[in-house]
Design a protein around this ligand. Structure first.
Ligand SMILES: Nc1ncnc2c1ncn2[C@@H]1O[C@H](COP(=O)(O)OP(=O)(O)OP(=O)(O)O)[C@@H](O)[C@H]1O
Ligand SMILES: [Mg+2]
Length: 480
C-alpha cells in the first residue's frame, strides 16, 4: 500500500505538518518580536545611559570638548560624535568623533542627526544601517546649533537573535523527525488492531460467525470491536433462525405434498370403489387446503419480516368484531361439536386495523376449536381493561402448561400431541400483527382453561400492559 494512504503515513504526515507549521509560526512571529524587543531595550538603555551625560557636553568650553566626548563615550560605552551646523553653505559638520577614525564619513549623512537638529529641543532615537551593519542611535540637539550623536553597535544583539533562530531550526528538525517516528509507530499499533477488525469483518461477510471478534482495548477501537461482536452474535442468531425456518417450512410443505402424491398414485394404479374414491378425494382436499393455508401463512410471515405488511390505525369496534367472528365460526362449531358463546362487555372501541384484528380473532378461535375436544364451550367477547380494549377468546379445553406459555408464540412451535394438521404459525402471525398495530396478544393459561386476548390501544389512550397475569409476559426469546 502507498505509505501515504495508510493511517500511519497520514498520521505521521499530519504530525510533521503540525510541527513544521509551529516552526514557521515561531520564525514569523516569535523571532521578529524578540528582535524588536531586544533592540527596543538596547535603545532605551542607550537613552537612559546618555541622558545624564549630555548636559556636561552642552555646557563644555571648546578646549575641554574633546576630553569630555571621550569620557562620555567611555561612560555610555558607545561611539560619540559631535556635530556643528555651518550656515553658509548650510551643512552639518563633524567636529569631534571619539572613535579617532581618520574619517567620519560614515556618519556624515546620518539621518538621525538631521532629525535631531530639526526636532530641537527634543532628542531622537532609532536604528540605522551603515556598511551593512545596524546601530542603535540617540541624537541630542545642544541648544539651537550643535548635535551630539551616540551610536552603539547592535552586533551582539543580532548575533543572539540569529543564535536563537538557529537553535529553533535545530529543535524543529528534531521534533519533525520525532513526530514522523512517533506518528508512524503509534499508527502502526492502531493499524494492527484495525487490520484484525478488517479480517473479522471479512470472516463475517463470508458467513463464518463462529470466531469471536476480540479487542481488549477500552478505547473507540475496543468499542467498535465489541459492536462488531454483537453484530456477529445477532447475525449468527438470524442465520440459525433462517436455516431453522427454511427447514421447518420445507418439512411442513413436504408432508401434505407427500400424502397427495401417494393418493394420486393409488388412484392412478387401482380401480377404487366409489366410497373409497370419495374418502380419498376428501382427504386430498384437506391436504390442498392445508397447503394453501401454509402458503398464505408463509407469505404473511415473509411480508412481516420484510416490513411490507402495512396496517391501518382506525377506529375498530371489538364487540361488533366478536359478533362477526362468532357468526363466521358458528358453522364450524356445529360441525366440531363446540358451544360458541359471545360475551361482550362495555366500551371496547380500539384503534387498529379491522381486517388484521379479524385475522387474529380467526387464529384464536380456530385454535380454541382445533386444540380442544368436542363439547368444550368457547367464549368470544370484547371488553375494556386498564385503559386498553381487549378481544378475548376463552375455552375450557386441556389448557397450555405454564412452561410452554412463552414458546407457543414462536414460529412452528406446537405442543406435544397437538393436532397434526397445524403448522404452529398461527400464534406467531397473531402476535406480530398485533405488535404492528401497537398492541399485543396475551395468554392467560390455567389448568383446563385457556384465555387469549388481543390487546389494542383503546380509543384515546396509550396501550399498556393491560392483561394482568404472571403468565401473560412476552416470550423472553423470539425466533425470527
Ligand atoms: N386454545 C388452545 N388450547 C390448547 N392448546 C393451544 C391452544 N391454542 C394454541 N395451542 C397450542 O399452541 C400451539 C401453537 O398454536 P398455533 O396456532 O401457533 O399453531 P397451530 O394451531 O398448531 O398451527 P396453525 O395455526 O399454523 O395451523 C398449538 O399447536 C397448540 O399446541
Ligand atoms: Mg393455530
Amino acid at each position: 500500500m502507498n505509505p501515504l494512504r495508510s493511517v500511519g503515513g497520514r498520521l505521521a504526515l499530519g504530525l510533521a505538518l503540525v510541527v513544521a507549521g509551529a516552526l514557521l509560526l515561531a520564525d514569523l512571529i516569535v523571532v521578529p518580536t524578540l528582535e524588536r524587543h531586544l533592540i527596543d531595550s538596547k535603545l532605551s538603555q542607550l537613552r537612559h545611559d546618555t541622558r545624564r551625560i549630555v548636559p556636561s557636553l552642552a555646557n563644555s568650553p571648546d578646549y575641554q570638548l574633546h576630553a569630555r566626548i571621550e569620557k562620555a563615550a567611555a561612560q555610555a560605552d558607545a561611539r560619540v560624535i559631535y556635530f556643528t551646523v555651518q550656515d553658509s553653505p548650510r551643512a552639518i559638520l563633524t567636529v569631534f568623533d571619539d572613535s579617532n577614525s581618520l574619517t567620519s564619513a560614515d556618519v556624515e549623512n546620518d539621518p538621525l542627526v538631521v532629525k535631531a537638529y530639526k526636532a530641537w529641543p527634543k532628542s531622537v532615537s532609532g536604528t540605522v544601517t551603515a556598511d551593512e551593519r545596524r546601530y542603535a542611535e540617540v541624537a541630542y540637539p545642544l541648544g539651537a546649533g550643535p548635535v551630539v550623536l551616540f551610536r552603539s553597535s547592535l552586533r551582539d544583539t543580532l548575533q543572539s537573535i540569529n543564535q536563537v533562530r538557529r537553535r529553533l531550526v535545530i529543535a524543529g528538525l528534531i521534533a519533525l523527525f520525532a513526530s514522523l517516528v512517533v506518528g508512524y509507530g503509534a499508527a502502526g499499533l492502531f493499524a494492527r488492531r484495525i487490520r484484525r477488525l478488517e479480517r473479522a469483518a471479512h470472516r463475517i461477510a463470508a458467513g463464518d460467525f463462529n470466531e469471536p471478534v476480540v479487542d481488549r482495548g477500552k478505547d473507540e477501537l475496543g468499542q467498535l470491536a465489541a459492536a462488531f461482536d454483537d453484530m456477529r452474535k445477532r447475525l449468527a442468531q438470524l442465520e440459525h433462525a433462517r436455516r431453522e425456518f427454511i427447514a421447518n417450512a420445507s418439512h411442513e410443505l413436504r408432508t401434505p405434498l407427500f400424502s397427495l402424491g401417494g393418493f394420486l398414485e393409488i388412484m392412478d394404479d387401482e380401480e377404487l370403489d366409489p366410497t373409497t374414491h370419495a374418502e380419498f378425494m376428501a382427504t386430498m382436499r384437506e391436504q390442498v387446503a392445508r397447503l394453501t393455508k401454509l402458503a398464505t401463512d408463509l407469505l404473511d410471515l415473509s411480508r412481516l419480516d420484510a416490513g411490507r405488511m402495512t396496517v391501518e390505525h382506525e377506529q375498530v369496534d371489538l364487540a361488533a368484531l366478536a359478533d362477526v367472528l362468532a357468526d363466521e365460526f358458528r358453522g364450524v362449531a356445529l360441525s366440531t361439536g363446540h358451544e360458541l358463546e359471545v360475551e361482550n362487555g362495555a366500551g371496547s372501541r380500539a384503534v387498529g386495523d379491522e381486517e388484521r384484528a379479524l385475522q387474529i380473532g380467526r387464529i384464536l378461535l380456530e385454535n380454541a376449536m382445533v386444540h380442544t375436544p368436542p363439547g368444550t364451550s368457547v367464549r368470544i367477547g370484547a371488553t375494556q381493561q386498564n385503559g386498553s380494549a381487549l378481544l378475548t377468546v376463552e375455552d375450557e379445553g386441556p389448557g397450555i402448561p405454564a412452561e410452554h406459555s412463552g414458546q407457543i408464540f414462536e414460529r412452528f412451535y406446537r405442543l406435544e400431541g397437538a393436532v397434526a394438521s397445524g403448522s404452529g404459525l398461527g400464534l406467531a402471525i397473531a402476535r406480530e400483527l398485533a405488535e404492528l398495530m401497537g398492541g399485543s396478544v396475551k395468554l392467560e393459561a390455567r389448568p383446563r382453561s385457556t384465555r387469549f386476548a388481543l390487546v389494542l390501544p383503546s380509543e384515546g389512550s396509550e396501550v399498556d400492559a393491560a392483561f394482568s397475569d404472571e403468565n401473560a409476559e412476552r416470550p423472553a426469546s423470539r425466533q425470527e
